[in-house]
Design a protein around this ligand. Structure first.
Ligand code: HEC
Length: 501
């Protein structure tokens, strides 16, 4: 079974590991298209050094015009003559001076170099309709079309986010280029909502019942979009299919796009404030007080030195609490627009934060396996730190009633805590892999967890009894036991985990 990348932190490394885009198979008879065939190769092999920032050799390759213009040594492409073009020669040369430089990266694969040779031979033409000044990274992103999810998967889908529907009867699960909706009582798939985003990292229902989703495609793009899951779709084998990519009745709002994944999402209980942050280190805060149609970007908070991994809002929408890969949790005053607290005690990656509704206590969890509570106002002093999980803790959420916290961990469990005493209440087991997602139902009576191997579970908060545990991968009904030889996988994320870029 092809294990997909285990990266917990999805951006840059996942990009290197699995998202390296395959150049589209170039058909032999057809002329080479610059944007469809050549640009993806350049993006993958050259842009890292030849972008507007680095401009190695004073050569920026991110627009068609600049590619033809060249760098220090002038025009690198002689249309019709790949053999006299530096641009091609430097890719295929056996000389010491090669592109990418020998000590910096692998040679461009032969088939891809051949595509570039053909493009030059055919006159190094730019596609009709493509602006020579257009930013190719953006152009490729806009033109990219998400794949249609398969009817049945051959690999388990990683679950990064879960949310109960407002009535508590269904669980929405972030899948692979889709959201899947399952009946809580039976674990039966009832709906699939196709999405542009490869992964959903944050899900939150707005008071009007629409679902806000933060997500993205690792290393490529990120977005927050809002869906109406009650829209009508077509039914296939008893499962309703909604097209959240193209159908405007399903995809009702597109709040923003960025160049890498959006990893966290929070909505204030009154639905007036929405905050979302991620790999660009920023949290965008939207004012939804005039409704979704009038959504306004109120501010962009740049308060962390690294990816923002978690966010939460106080009930009054005045304070934004965030978790960073920079090993801190922080509080931002949205009115005054300034940072009020930095909580440094984790001394390791902080994955998630929660805040008591009235703003009197902040909670954070992270790679130090510890749940910490601290004063979100004043000096950010630690009040308590408690262990319990045997491995890194990825998520923390406060129940809507405000008395219970839930955490999820690499130790394959979800834990419930008394919010006031920070005392462990229940350990919920049954999941078979890292638990990346956790959520309460709107009435606080149910809690759900979702994990790396696609398993999700729903438990009763009152007594910790399981309601249902199933695999939320469409078509994967049988749950295979984890093979023993897969054991060392636990080490993998540590190795693959990107340190600073
Ligand atoms: C790891 C960084 C790196 C990557 C990746 C890279 N280059 Fe370069 N490139 C350089 C540096 C540094 C120079 C300047 C030194 C030189 O010319 O040898 C350069 C110079 C060039 C030049 C000469 C520019 C001039 O006018 O002097 C061309 C042409 C070029 N690169 C093409 C490419 C192509 C095509 C790719 C992708 C297949 C690529 N490079 C990938 C670092 C890189």
């Amino acid at each position: 079974m092809p294990r997909r990348s285990r990266t917990l932190l999805p951006c840059a490394v996942a990009y290197l590991l699995l998202a390296a885009p395959h150049a589209p198979a170039q058909e032999p008879g057809k002329p080479v298209s610059f944007i469809n065939d050549v640009a993806p190769i350049l993006k993958e092999n050259c842009f890292a050094c030849h972008d507007p920032k680095k401009k190695s050799g004073k050569y920026d390759m991110t627009t068609a015009e600049k590619i033809l213009e060249g760098g220090t040594n002038g025009e690198p492409i002689v249309p019709g003559k790949p053999e006299s073009s530096d641009f091609h020669d430097l890719i295929v040369t056996s000389d010491v001076r090669r592109m990418p430089p020998r000590d910096k990266g692998e040679a461009v694969p032969k088939e891809k170099a051949a595509v570039i040779a053909r493009w030059i031979k055919e006159g190094a033409k730019i596609d009709a309709g493509l602006d020579p000044k257009a930013d190719l990274v953006k152009e490729l992103r806009v033109r990219w079309k998400p794949p249609v999810p398969p009817k049945a998967y051959t690999f388990p889908v990683i679950v990064n986010a879960v949310a109960f529907t407002p009535d508590g009867k269904h669980l929405v699960v972030g899948g692979h280029h889709e959201l899947t909706v399952w009946a809580v009582e039976t674990g039966k798939l009832v709906k699939r909502v196709y999405t542009r985003a490869e992964r959903a990292y944050g899900l939150a229902f707005l008071p009007d019942g629409k679902l806000a989703v933060a997500g993205g495609r690792p290393g490529q793009e990120g977005d927050v979009r809002v869906y109406d899951l009650t829209a009508k779709g077509k039914t296939e084998d008893g499962v309703e299919i909604l097209d959240g990519v193209n159908d405007k009745k399903v995809l009702v709002k597109h709040l923003f796009d960025v160049e890498d994944s959006v990893l966290c999402l929070a909505v204030s209980p009154d639905g007036k404030t929405l905050a979302a942050g991620g790999c660009d280190r920023a949290v965008r805060v939207f004012d939804l007080s005039g409704g979704l149609d009038q959504a306004k970007l109120a501010q962009t908070v740049e308060n962390h030195a690294d990816w923002v991994l978690g966010c939460a809002l106080t009930a009054d929408g005045k304070y934004l609490v965030t978790a960073g890969r920079d090993k801190t949790a922080k509080v931002w005053d949205l009115k005054v627009k300034e940072s009020v607290v930095t909580f440094p005690e984790h001394q390791n990656i902080v994955y998630a934060v929660a805040v008591k509704a009235d703003g009197s206590a902040g909670f954070s969890v992270g790679a130090d396996k510890t749940l910490r509570t601290w004063k979100p106002n004043g000096e950010g002093k630690q009040v308590r730190a408690v262990g319990g999980h045997n491995d890194e803790v990825f998520k923390i959420v406060a129940a809507p009633g405000g008395a219970v916290l839930a955490t999820s961990s690499a130790d394959k469990t979800v834990r419930l805590w008394d919010l006031e005493k920070l005392a462990a209440k229940q350990t919920l087991s049954g999941l078979t892999d890292y638990v990346y997602a956790v959520a309460f139902s709107a009435d606080g009576s149910l809690v759900a967890g979702g994990s790396y191997d696609g398993t999700v579970g729903v438990w009763k908060v009152a007594d910790g009894k399981p309601v249902k545990v199933w695999n939320a991968t469409p078509g994967m009904v049988t749950k295979e036991p984890e093979p023993k030889k897969d054991e060392p996988k636990k080490e993998e994320p540590k190795k693959k985990e990107p340190r600073k870029k």
